[in-house]
Design a protein around this ligand. Structure first.
Ligand SMILES: Cc1cc2nc3c(=O)[nH]c(=O)nc-3n(C[C@H](O)[C@H](O)[C@H](O)COP(=O)(O)OP(=O)(O)OC[C@H]3O[C@@H](n4cnc5c(N)ncnc54)[C@H](O)[C@@H]3O)c2cc1C
Length: 476
């Protein structure tokens, strides 16, 4: 069986790794190829290590509240390279009313927290009395109904920026935060649902399970690897070896009259043949190479929009700081009208691992669905925006940082608007029309490294079952 994977980001590499594992287990002879357009695999994930700095261009970790990434780490034998976030990273900040304020982490601290005005805290407390909403609505609509407009402005808006670089008014709560919608559906209340979940966790942990919350916030502890997220990619690269081909861009995928698919590469008339094609490139790329095969599928893929985001990494000598950079970092609600989305204190999240001794590393996010034009500024302009914002938000002044690098993602994070679940259902249903073609990636059912890793396991199970059926047919 010839399996061809398009795209060498975490979705494509994890799928290739899991497919090979599943086919070997099922004793199915196969030939596996991963085709990556760029000269390096990794896609959004890349770690740059220079002179004691270890700087992520994209994700800085994954939560242990979902199992996908941890299972992948284990399967690659990287458990002893896991790097949990420091406990101090539990402290997170939000920039409201012109200053940084600590986000409350418990009901007690929430009652006294100045993050929300007093009347808005009272409104929040009425949440269990509020009615259930429709199946699909925006995060802002659910929030306004359940916890009030102030909490949407100051809590949900920055949360949506922090994860999706998205717009709270447009993102679908059911698609982007299904766990939140499930709490409402199952318990009629987010607060009561969370309390029930905490009680269940406590019961499970007292019976031996390890489900405690941690520095990533409730319900999850953030983890990376000692060498950064790039180490996960390197391990996948090593495991897949010669199966990976870089610098080859897929141009089109069409049905092979003899069965399976013909995959054409840019600049070549000689197609590759495949029985199974796993499309793991971003939706806009997949739309382009699948348009000859299925215009409807391509139309659905093309309709998925992405928010551009730029990341400005600034490393400084510790002695230029007036106050230590402790905690995870901060987010800024749109109502504050600042030019940055927020800033991560990477060297405090993973102390001793991301900056040389005596230095700190920050990464500031600019752009997103909120202000896409800012992500597209020149490097110099971006650095100036970040410099001004650091001064205003943290009182931090720098002129010549010890480390400075700008990472750009023109099509950074896919957006899941209200109605996204219908688009996903139509894309998934294309499997019926095109047996052996699996479209996957972070634009369907979760943007996290965890989601991409779990999706890879699901695809591998489907490929193995198709392989077993075919083997049985040939054998029979
Ligand atoms: C700034 C930023 C911070 C983030 N932080 C976190 C975080 O802290 N935690 C977390 O869990 N997630 C985070 N994410 C999200 C997560 O990193 C991504 O969702 C995930 O890495 C996407 O992986 P992917 O393989 O689906 O897509 P991609 O990484 O986009 O990979 C797709 C690959 O396909 C290739 N390709 C495209 N077209 C073709 C073609 N025609 N032929 C061949 N190859 C092609 C591309 O070159 C690319 O390598 C972050 C994302 C960004 C942008």
């Amino acid at each position: 069986m010839r399996v061809l994977v398009i795209g060498g980001g975490i979705s494509g590499l994890a799928s290739a790794f899991r497919v090979r594992e599943a086919l070997k287990k099922a004793n199915i002879q196969h030939h596996l190829e991963v085709l990556e357009a760029e000269d390096e695999v990794g896609g959004t994930i890349r770690t740059f290590g220079e002179e004691g700095w270890r700087v992520e261009s994209g994700p800085n970790g994954f939560l242990d509240s979902k199992p996908g990434a941890l299972r992948l780490v284990e399967a690659l034998g990287l458990e002893d390279r896991l790097l949990p976030a420091d406990h101090a990273a539990k402290k997170r900040f939000i920039f409201v009313d012109g200053r940084l304020r600590k986000l409350p982490t418990s009901a007690g601290s929430f009652i006294c927290s100045p993050v929300l005005p007093f009347f808005a805290r009272l409104r929040f407390a009425l949440e269990p009395l509020m009615p259930r909403g429709p199946k699909d609505e925006s995060v802002a609509d659910l929030g306004r109904r359940r916890i009030g407009p102030h909490a949407v402005e100051r809590l949900l808006d920055p949360m949506v920026s922090g994860i999706f670089a998205g717009d709270v008014e447009k993102l679908s709560v059911a698609s982007a935060f299904p766990a939140v919608k499930n709490l409402e559906m199952e318990h009629g209340s987010l607060i009561l649902g969370m309390l029930a979940r905490m009680r269940r966790r406590r019961r499970e942990s007292s019976s031996g399970g390890n489900t405690s919350g941690g520095p990533a916030g409730p319900g999850g502890h953030l983890n990376s690897l000692v060498g950064g997220m790039g180490e996960l990619l390197d391990a996948l690269k090593t495991a897949l070896g010669d199966s990976i081909e870089t610098g080859v861009r897929v141009d089109s995928v069409v049905a092979n009259p003899e069965g399976g698919y013909l995959v054409f590469l840019e600049g070549s008339n000689e197609p590759r043949t495949a029985d199974i094609v796993i499309s793991a490139a971003p939706a806009h790329s997949a739309a382009a190479y699948l348009s000859d095969l299925d215009a409807d599928l391509a139309g659905d893929l093309a309709s998925i929009s992405y928010a551009p985001i730029s990341v400005v990494a600034v490393g400084l000598r510790e002695d230029v700081l007036e106050r230590p950079l402790d905690g995870f970092g901060f987010l800024i609600p749109s109502c504050e009208r600042e030019q940055i989305l927020g800033c991560l204190f990477d060297s405090s999240i993973y102390p001793g691992h991301r900056a040389p001794p005596g230095h700190v590393l920050t990464r500031t996010m600019v752009g997103g669905a909120r202000s896409p034009e800012l992500a597209l500024l020149s490097d110099e302009e971006l650095v100036n925006v970040v410099k001004k914002s650091h001064h205003k938000t943290m009182g931090l002044y720098w002129d010549r940082p010890s480390y400075l690098r700008v990472f750009r993602y023109q099509q950074g994070i896919p957006q899941y608007p209200v109605g996204h679940s219908r688009t996903v259902a139509r894309i998934d249903s294309s499997r019926m029309r095109h047996p052996g073609l699996y479209v996957m990636g972070n634009f369907l059912s979760g943007v996290g490294v965890n989601d991409c890793s779990s999706a890879a396991e699901e695809i591998a199970a489907m490929v193995a079952s198709r392989g077993s059926e075919r083997t049985a047919q040939i054998g029979g």
